[in-house]
Design a protein around this ligand. Structure first.
Ligand code: SAJ
Length: 432
C-alpha cells in the first residue's frame, strides 16, 4: 500500500491499550473501527466519551469520533489492517490464558481478504502469533498464510507489543520505539509500513517469537529490579538503616541505578508478564520466579509492619494515603496499596481513613468495613497516623510543617524530610 492511501483499520479490544491505539491511528487519518465485546463500551465510545481514565484521551476520542474517523461496534467488519489488543490474563496457577486472543483471531479470520495485515499487540507467551496464524490457516483454507506456503502469502501476520506507560499512553504510543516481529520478514515489512504512519519512534523489525519474548523480558527486567529494591528495604529494616538514604548514596555510583522500594508491584503488566516466561521454562527461571515472590511478599510485609504499628498506638484514626497501583493515575487494578488498605480496614474498621484523590468512592473491597474516604486536608487535620501507599504528586507536595508530629509509615519514601521527631526504623518511620 502506498503512503498516500489510508488503510482502513479494525482494532479488536477497546481497553487501556486498544482504545488509545485506535484513537491515535484515527488521528493519522485512517478510518478506524474499534470492536469490543461490551455493549456499554461501544455505546460510550460512539457518543464520543471514554470508559477509562487516561491523560488527554477523552478530547482525542471526542475529536476523532466527531470527525467520523473512529466508530465502535460489537461486530468485526472487513478492513485492511487488524490490530488485536485484547487482554491475556493468567489463570490461578499462573498459566497464561490466550483465549481472548484466539476469540478475536476467530472473528478476524471470518472477514479476512487477500492483502490484509493482522497484528497482535497483546502481551503473549512466545509462540502465540504462530498459534494465531495456525488458527487462521485452519479457519480460512482458501487463503495462503505466511510460513505455511511456498508462494507469496495472501495475508501478513505480525506481533508488535505495546510499551506504553499508563498516564503517558498517548505520548508513548507515538514516541516510543516499536519492535515489530513478523511471521516472515515480509510480514514484518508490511506491519512496519503501517506503524510508520503514526509512530515517531524508531520501528525495528525482527521475528514474531523474538518480539513476543522482548515484551516479556522488558517487564521481567523491571520486576527483578524492583524486587532487588524491595529486598533491600527489608534488609535495611533489620539493620536499622534508612533504605532511602542507602539507595540515594549507592545511586551516586555511575553504574548503579537502584529502583524504589514500595508496598509491592501492581498493575496488569509487571506482576503478570514474568509468569509467562516462568510458565514456558519453569526449570530455568529461578531468578524471575523469586523476584515475583519477593515483590508479592513485600505487600504482606508492609501489612504486618503497619499492623504492628497500629497495635502499638492508642485508638486514633489512621490515614492510608493512596489506593492506585502507581502514582498519578486512577487505576486500582492489582494494586498492593488497595490490598493493604482493605486488609487494614477489615482489621481496624472505622479507624482506617482512606485518602485517594483519584477516587470518588471507596472500591467494593471496603464494603462493610466502616472505613471512610476523606480528603487530604481532613486527614491532615484529624489523623495523627499516616501510612503512604501510593506516591501521588499531590501527596509529595504536602509541606513539612503540615506533617510535623505525625506518626508516618512511609512505604514509598515520598517524605524524606519528615521532621526530626520521627525516628527511622528501616522502612518504618515511627514517632520517637
Ligand atoms: N514500582 C515500584 N518501584 C519502582 C518502579 C515501579 O515499586 O521503582 C511499582 C509501581 O508502583 C507499580 C508497579 O511497580 O505498582 C508497576 O509500575 P511501572 O510504572 O513500573 O509499570 P506499569 O505497570 O505502569 O507499565 C509497565 C511498563 N514497563 C516497563 O517499564 C518495562 C510499560 O512500559 C509497559 O507498556 C506496561 O508495563 C505494559 O503494558 O506491559
Amino acid at each position: 500500500m502506498l503512503l498516500d492511501e489510508k488503510p482502513s483499520v479494525c482494532v479488536m479490544g477497546l481497553g487501556y491499550i486498544g482504545l488509545p491505539t485506535a484513537a491515535v491511528i484515527a488521528r493519522s487519518g485512517c478510518p478506524v473501527l474499534g470492536v469490543d465485546v461490551m455493549a456499554g463500551v461501544v455505546d460510550t465510545i460512539n457518543s464520543g466519551k471514554i470508559h477509562i481514565e487516561e491523560v488527554d484521551l477523552e478530547g482525542l476520542v471526542q475529536g476523532v469520533v466527531s470527525r467520523g474517523n473512529l466508530r465502535a461496534s460489537l461486530k468485526t467488519e472487513p478492513a485492511d489492517v487488524f490490530v488485536i489488543a485484547v487482554p491475556t490474563p493468567f489463570e490461578d496457577a499462573h498459566v497464561p490464558d490466550i483465549n481472548y486472543v484466539m476469540d478475536a483471531a476467530t472473528n478476524v479470520a471470518a472477514v479476512l481478504k487477500t492483502g490484509n495485515i493482522v497484528i497482535l499487540e497483546s502481551t503473549s507467551p512466545v509462540g502465540t502469533t504462530e498459534k494465531v496464524r495456525d488458527l487462521i490457516a485452519k479457519l480460512r483454507p482458501d487463503l495462503k498464510v505466511p510460513g505455511l506456503t511456498n508462494e507469496i502469502p495472501d495475508i501478513a501476520i505480525a506481533y508488535c507489543p505495546e510499551r506504553v506507560l499508563p498516564g503517558k499512553i498517548l505520548e508513548e504510543l507515538t514516541n516510543n520505539d516499536r519492535c515489530i516481529g513478523g511471521i516472515t520478514p515480509r510480514c514484518a515489512r508490511k506491519a512496519l509500513g503501517f506503524y510508520r504512519r503514526f509512530v515517531r519512534g524508531e520501528c525495528v523489525t525482527t521475528s514474531a517469537r523474538a518480539a513476543e519474548m522482548t515484551k516479556l523480558v522488558e517487564n521481567s527486567y523491571r520486576d527483578v529490579n524492583i524486587a532487588f529494591a524491595n529486598e533491600l528495604s527489608i534488609v535495611a529494616d533489620k539493620m536499622e538503616l534508612d533504605v532511602w538514604e542507602v539507595i540515594r548514596l549507592a545511586n551516586r555510583h555511575p553504574r548503579v541505578n537502584i529502583l524504589r522500594p514500595g508496598p509491592g508491584v501492581g498493575g496488569h503488566c509487571i506482576a503478570v508478564d514474568p509468569w509467562f516466561i516462568i510458565h514456558s521454562a519453569p526449570d530455568d527461571t529461578p531468578l524471575i520466579r523469586i523476584a515475583r515472590e519477593v515483590n508479592d511478599g513485600k505487600t504482606g510485609h508492609v501489612l504486618e509492619q503497619a499492623s504492628l504499628m497500629i497495635d502499638e498506638l492508642p485508638a486514633v484514626p489512621v490515614a492510608c494515603f493512596g489506593l492506585a497501583f502507581k502514582a498519578n493515575i486512577d487505576d486500582f487494578r492489582e494494586s498492593p496499596a488497595l490490598k493493604i488498605a482493605a486488609k487494614l480496614a477489615r482489621r481496624y474498621g472505622s479507624r482506617i481513613k482512606i485518602v485517594e484523590p483519584y477516587a470518588s468512592e471507596l472500591p467494593a473491597a471496603f464494603d462493610g468495613t466502616g472505613a471512610e474516604l476523606i480528603d487530604i486536608d481532613t486527614a491532615l487535620e484529624n489523623c495523627p497516623v499516616i501510612i503512604t501507599l501510593t506516591d501521588h504528586d499531590m501527596f509529595k507536595s504536602i509541606p513539612l510543617d503540615e506533617r510535623a508530629g505525625k506518626v508516618v509509615y512511609d512505604t514509598r519514601g515520598i517524605w524524606p524530610d519528615q521532621p526530626d521527631n520521627v525516628q527511622v526504623v528501616g522502612d518504618l518511620r515511627l514517632a520517637s
